[in-house]
Write a protein that binds this ligand. Structure first.
Ligand code: 8YV
Length: 315
């Protein structure tokens, strides 16, 4: 049997994705990076490519266990779990799966803000529980169209989100490292100023150390009692304790969250809140997009194995 060259690191690949990876090269599988140390020295030495899907750390300590590793191909646009700078120093390339998921992630941001404003989840329960028949109409909710929307992080996904909300006749404001060419959206150099200005704040930052707690207690306070936060980025980008305090005290009105600090073990304080819409990190989780992400990851792996330039390198 040929020496396994490809290490599949995930327990969550679909059968189809896994079969495609296994067809690309002789492979070995582990569920998590923490299981790599248990492979034999010969197995670890044979690995040149890792197909990674997950959010547990892939640091240089793990990379050091794979002395001939040349590529970590990440399933996902966000690669904050991987120490990409450390990988570069070890001569290891990292790739991600950008762009193919922008539509779905942006769609979910819209869905969550609409769900918060129009109380879609509560309204569904109102009908199902029979309250409509028993109690009559539900109390009125809140208009989203025409509101003032702020985006923190105007990258590829942030821009797609802004374009969608612009179609809801919203006044678009944003904060990012630098001012961008936009169709009339307002730039704020200071994220606190942005929060003070808008009704709705959508967080579309990259994850990682540089953005940890970027949406701070001060930003959350500045958003104010009518403010709603939407997060489709990473749980780390918001000071989660400060956001929970603000949601509980009414310092902000609500939140729509697809990502959490300790996901999938979400802080139970969230479960008691009537003013949040909670999603299980499913921004990119449609059949169509997950297939495209898998194919892009696979394409990078095939290029590496063929000694050709990578499609979407990040380091
Ligand atoms: C994950 C994501 O990749 O692309 C990203 O950055 O967060 C997701 O699409 C997905 O949950 C698989 O782990």
């Amino acid at each position: 049997m040929a020496t396994p060259q490809l290490l599949i690191v995930s327990s969550s690949y679909s059968d189809t994705d896994r079969a495609r990876l296994e067809a690309a090269a002789p492979s070995l599988s582990v569920g998590e990076t923490t299981e790599i140390a248990a492979l034999s020295e010969a197995q670890r030495a044979g690995i040149t490519v890792a197909a990674f899907k997950g959010h547990k750390p892939f640091g240089t300590d793990v990379m050091a266990l794979l002395p001939n590793l040349k590529l970590i191909a990440n399933f996902g646009v966000g690669y904050d779990s991987i120490d990409a700078a450390g990988a570069a120093k070890l001569g290891i390339k990292v790739t991600n799966t950008p762009d193919v998921l922008n539509d779905d992630v942006a769609d979910l941001a819209v869905a969550m803000l609409l769900a918060c404003c129009r109380e879609v989840v509560k309204a569904d329960a109102w009908v199902r529980s029979g309250d409509w028949g028993r109690k009559g109409d539900m109390p009125l909710n809140r208009k989203m169209s025409g509101g003032k929307l702020g985006i923190v992080g105007l990258g590829r996904i942030g821009r797609d989100i802004a374009e969608r909300f612009a179609a809801f006749k919203m006044d678009i404001h944003y904060h990012s490292r630098s001012e961008k060419q936009t169709p009339g959206w307002t730039y704020h150099a200071d994220v606190v100023d942005l929060a003070r200005e808008v009704d709705f704040l959508v967080v579309a930052l990259v994850g990682g150390a540089a953005t940890k707690g970027y949406v701070s207690r001060e930003v959350i306070q500045a958003l104010g009692p009518r403010g709603i936060i939407i997060n489709i980025s990473r749980g780390t980008t918001i000071d989660e304790a400060a956001m929970l305090d603000a949601l509980e005290s009414g310092a902000i009105a609500g939140a729509g969250l697809d990502v959490f600090l300790n996901e999938p073990r979400v802080d139970p304080r969230f479960f008691a809140l009537p003013n949040v819409v909670l999603q299980p990190h499913q921004g990119s989780a449609t059949v169509e997009t997950r297939r495209d992400m898998a194919l892009l990851q696979l394409e990078n792996i095939k290029m590496q194995l063929a000694g050709k330039p990578l499609v979407t390198p990040v380091n």
